[in-house]
Design a protein around this ligand. Structure first.
Ligand SMILES: [Zn+2]
Length: 168
């Protein structure tokens, strides 16, 4: 069990670009276990959240980990296609402690090429909520945060207001 510190908005750690995973070894297994433990701990404490990217715990490797009902691990994810159709979402982040939300635009569908923990290749299409989620997580691998994608300065609201409006 290793719950790691999640770096917060303003930290330079979140701005550094990640490198591709080359070795599918014990170190990768350890990082994935840390991501799993850290995500579960956050979900328990904050009652929200679906996924985490390795740079958020200070590991600058291209790894994204999702866990909500089921688990999806993406090693070296790459968006190979994006729909021109977009939609607006209220997005937040563990690195904001999910204390506020920003309204941003994301592609409705994405096609992602990625590997699993053993290096096997996959290509999958994700739509709607999973599409915007994985765009968010893959952004982390390039040092991009949800706040960078704000179009209007007014499209930022506290979690409390978001819950009143959308999560009744
Ligand atoms: Zn995030």
């Amino acid at each position: 069990m290793a719950v790691k510190k999640i770096y917060q908005l303003g930290s330079d750690i979140l701005r550094k670009k990640s490198v591709g995973v080359k070795k599918f070894d014990d170190q990768l297994v350890k990082t994935v276990n840390d991501l799993r433990d850290t995500l579960k701990d956050f979900q328990k404490r904050f009652k929200i959240g679906r996924a985490i990217a390795a740079p958020q715990i200070g590991v600058h490797q291209k790894i994204v980990y999702f866990n909500k009902d089921h688990e999806i691990l993406m090693v070296n994810p790459e968006i190979v296609e994006k729909s021109s159709e977009t939609f607006q979402v209220w997005d937040s982040c563990f690195s904001f402690k999910v204390s506020f939300f920003v309204k941003i635009e994301r592609a409705k569908r994405i096609k992602v090429k990625y590997q699993d923990i053993k290096g096997n290749q996959y290509i999958k299409i994700f739509e709607d909520d999973l599409s915007e989620l994985f765009q968010h997580e893959i952004d982390h691998l390039y040092g991009i945060l949800a706040t960078d994608r704000l179009k209007s300065k007014k499209d930022i609201i506290m979690r409390e207001v978001w819950e009143e409006r959308y999560n009744k």
